[in-house]
Design a binder for this molecule. Sequence first.
Ligand code: DGL
Length: 271
Amino acid sequence: MKIGFYDSGLGGIKTLKDIIDMGLKEEIYFLADEKNKPYGTKTPDEVKKIAFENVKRLVDLGCKIVVVACNTATSVAIQDLREKFPKIEIIGTEPAVKLAVKEHTNKKILVIATTVTVHGEKLHKLINSLDVEEKIELLATDKLVKLVEDENFTHNQKEVNQYICEFLEPYNLEEYSHIILGCTHFPIVKQNIQDIVNDYGIKVIDGNVGIGRNLLNKISEYKMANIKRKDESKLEIRIINTAPSKVFEKRTKEILQEISSENILFLEKIS
Ligand code: DGL
């Protein structure tokens, strides 16, 4: 069964990897929109327009379920995407605020995300609906997307950690119980953040397991309704990049690590 994944770049690759680790084994089309990255500092209308084009491309390729593996695009476009493609199951990504609130600590929660997500109505509505406005602090950390996408990411750990310490500096971390990663690029540096805040007993969380559970359930439901014969799907990942580059290929292989390169195909030519 064809499943689409979409993000501005490497964040969605990490989401995909985490879900493969949970048992995903399908024909995956991953659209990395590196031509338009980063999304987080664009206008909501720009992000919405781009989201339509990219999801349409995945639908045209035959994907029955599309994971918008991007908080920024989800924040501004998910509702309209569902209206535009009513026959497609569209799974969005939102900061795991519910997960943190469920743990009922009386401490505060810091959500880090892109500028678009932090200012977006969707996140504010979610926080209001949970009645936790006074517990939540929101912070835009767009530079983290750039650092994560950097060709020399693995050698630039010092710079990454410096930036994390810099944006956390104004906060009294003793007062916080959780940091929520509200951008799919950030789980790539989850351990960096966790190491920095460990002494304060802060838990760093992301929403990838939730997205994974949701996706795996939808796949089972779809198969029960549509496939009569025994299903023997195997993992195949086809990657389309709107601005193909050697850097993206290298970093993607690093993130997908132990997945055999036989299962990964980069569809576009590098110019
Ligand atoms: N990965 C995306 C997100 O979850 C956006 C990163 C960007 O392009 O700014 O928000």
